[in-house]
Design a protein around this ligand. Sequence first.
Ligand code: IMP
Ligand code: MG
Length: 175
Amino acid sequence: MDDKIRILLSEEEVAARVKEIAEEISRDYDGKPLHLICILKGGVFFTCELAKRINLPLTLDFMSVSSYGAGTVSSGIVKITKDLDEPIEGKDVLIVEDIIDSGNTLAYLIEVLKQRNPNSIELCTLLDKPERRVKDQVKVKYTCFTVPDQFIVGYGLDYDQIYRNLPYIGVIEQQ
Ligand code: IMP
Ligand code: MG
């Protein structure tokens, strides 16, 4: 726990950007009901802040996935460890993620969810690391920040389950 963390995006910067994205979402859906799907656990901090600032009739559901793979890049073999509570058929769905890295997790998830016949399905992420993308079919509609290929913690993102509760976004400095 004595890692040194360098702040990449302050609490204020994140709050301002989340508000902007929420306003964009509210405009785009133009008063229509929106169903947010939060990807646990990393997406939970972002989802709460975002949801509070979206001005639409909003419903929420949660899903948890784990991806298996050696090393630091996920394999694309994804297991749903907690499924949604409610059907998404006919709904306008927005998936909320903490970070899109290789894109493997979301490429799989979007395929699974499309088979449940939502009216629409889009993606909103706090962070995007485009340099690491291997699945280019993952199209992200809303991105708060694009980040370099560094290991990020805070605002939901963990290192070995720690640091999720940091109010800012940071990187662990090499000691
Ligand atoms: P993907 O399938 O490679 O896109 O994996 C995405 C998942 O890996 C995210 O939802 C995070 O849980 C995790 N992840 C990817 N990059 C980072 C990072 O820099 N810090 C913390 N978690 C990360
Ligand atoms: Mg995650």
